[in-house]
Design a protein around this ligand. Structure first.
Ligand SMILES: [Zn+2]
Length: 204
């Protein structure tokens, strides 16, 4: 398909802690990096997101004595899964993967920096009301079609894609490390998790 000048590639959380040997590694997470790099060459507009937690963040199991990672607890805004400490501000785990090409990114959206609330989506934190500012940025820039690439279809990529749809973005295509990679990334027919089928896919 033709990439237009009002398209944006949103690269979700391609950070060391989500890659091999990271604190919250996604299986084969590193496999996404060269594919994302080749995809981003085709876009005039690239935006990165970065999970960016202060030490002692409320989504960390270590902040809740007696709790273990991957348990769920009730927070003021609803149920929250607890995670191992990850993507702590300023640490190497929070840095982008060293092979990720970041120079062309026009914007880096940091999320999850409020101590009391987690943020999976690039658009809204987990209370579903606190905006990250990304929607306003895209609107002011006139960027209407959002394409997403990232590591975890079931969390950050999923919630970002759903919010993109909710905000009326023209379309959202999704690739992630948990999909099967075709030899040519531009032939991707999104082999997406079943839940993602709610998002009409545009073929790249
Ligand atoms: Zn996080």
């Amino acid at each position: 398909m033709q990439i237009r000048d009002d398209d944006v590639l949103l690269i979700i959380d391609v950070q060391n802690d989500f890659c091999a040997d990271g604190a919250l590694a996604v299986a084969d997470g590193d496999a996404v990096v060269p594919v994302v790099n080749r995809l981003s060459e085709r876009f005039d507009h690239v935006v990165l997101t970065q999970d960016w937690h202060p030490p002692g963040h409320s989504s960390f199991a270590t902040s809740h004595p007696g709790s273990a990672p991957f348990e769920s607890i009730a927070m003021a805004y609803g149920q929250q899964t607890l995670w191992p400490d990850h993507c702590v501000q300023g640490t190497s785990g929070a840095a982008f993967h060293p092979q990720l090409v970041t120079e062309r990114a026009e914007l880096v959206i940091r999320k999850g920096f409020r101590p009391e609330i987690d943020s999976y989506s690039a658009f809204y934190e987990n209370d579903r009301r606190t905006p990250t500012g990304l929607a306003g940025y895209l609107r002011e820039r006139g960027l209407q079609r959002i394409f997403l690439a990232g590591l975890a279809t079931d969390y950050c990529v999923y919630y970002s894609a759903m919010d993109a749809r909710r905000l009326g973005a023209c379309s959202a295509s999704v690739i992630s490390a948990r999909d099967q990679w075709p030899r040519n990334p531009l032939d991707i027919v999104p082999k997406i998790a079943p839940r993602m089928l709610a998002v009409p896919a545009t073929l790249l």
